[in-house]
Design a protein. Structure first.
Length: 197
C-alpha cells in the first residue's frame, strides 16, 4: 500500500510541475528553477544560455487544421527539444506556443555555437512533423558578471526573439546579458507581455 501511495504521490508531484500537453516544465516551475539556476551560476561563476523559442505562424496551423493539429505540433516540438537537452538543462512551456530553455555552457563562444546548433536541430525536428512549422529563437548569453534578475534576463531574451521574427522568422538572434537591451518600437512588438517571475 505504501508503494502505491508513493507512486501516486510522485505522479501527482510530476503533474504539478509539468505542462500537461507537452510534458515540459510548466511556466511557474520553469521560472522558479531558472531563478535558482541563475543565482547559483552567479555564485559559481558559470555562464548560462537562456533561450526563448516561439513557433512561427502557429495560429495558422490551429485555424487551418484544428486544435488537435496544433497540439500535435507542440508535442512534436517538446519531444524534439527534450531529446537534445541534457538532464540538468531546463525546458518549459512559458506561453501558448512559446518555450524557454536554460542551459549551462562552458564559455560565451560555446554558448553561441550551442544556440545556433539548437535552432538547426529543432528546425529539422519541426520540418519532419506532419504539420511543418518553423521557429524563431532569442538566445541570451549570460556571462558570470551579468545582472542576475531573471525578469530582466527573460525580457532581454524575449527582445532577441522578436528581433529574430522581424528579420524574416525561422532564425536565431544571439544577444548578451552584459550589453544594453535594444528598445523595439511598440509597432514591432505588439505582443510584449510583462513577465511575472
Amino acid at each position: 500500500a505504501i508503494n502505491s501511495f508513493r507512486r501516486s504521490f510522485e505522479r501527482e508531484r510530476y503533474h504539478a510541475h509539468r505542462d500537461r500537453m507537452t510534458g515540459t516544465l510548466n511556466k511557474q516551475v520553469f521560472h522558479s528553477r531558472a531563478a535558482k539556476a541563475v543565482a547559483e551560476a552567479g555564485r559559481t561563476g558559470a555562464t548560462l544560455l537562456l533561450v526563448i523559442l516561439d513557433l512561427d505562424d502557429f495560429k495558422t496551423i490551429n485555424s487551418t487544421h484544428g486544435h488537435g493539429a496544433g497540439d500535435e505540433v507542440l508535442r512534436t516540438f517538446a519531444s524534439g527539444a527534450a531529446s537534445i537537452m541534457r538532464r540538468e538543462d531546463l525546458i518549459g512551456r512559458i506561453g501558448g506556443d512559446e518555450f524557454g530553455l536554460l542551459v549551462r555552457v562552458p564559455s560565451i563562444a560555446e554558448g553561441q555555437g550551442f544556440a545556433a546548433d539548437v535552432h538547426t536541430r529543432l528546425t529539422a525536428v519541426l520540418a519532419e512533423a506532419r504539420y511543418p512549422v518553423t521557429c524563431s529563437m532569442g538566445a541570451l548569453i549570460v556571462p558570470p558578471s551579468a545582472p542576475r534578475a531573471l525578469g530582466e534576463l527573460m525580457h532581454a531574451a524575449d527582445v532577441a526573439m522578436y528581433q529574430a521574427k522581424q528579420t524574416g522568422k525561422n532564425g536565431v538572434k544571439i544577444a548578451r546579458a552584459d550589453e544594453p537591451v535594444p528598445v523595439l518600437s511598440s509597432a514591432s512588438a505588439p505582443k510584449f507581455r510583462q513577465r511575472t517571475v
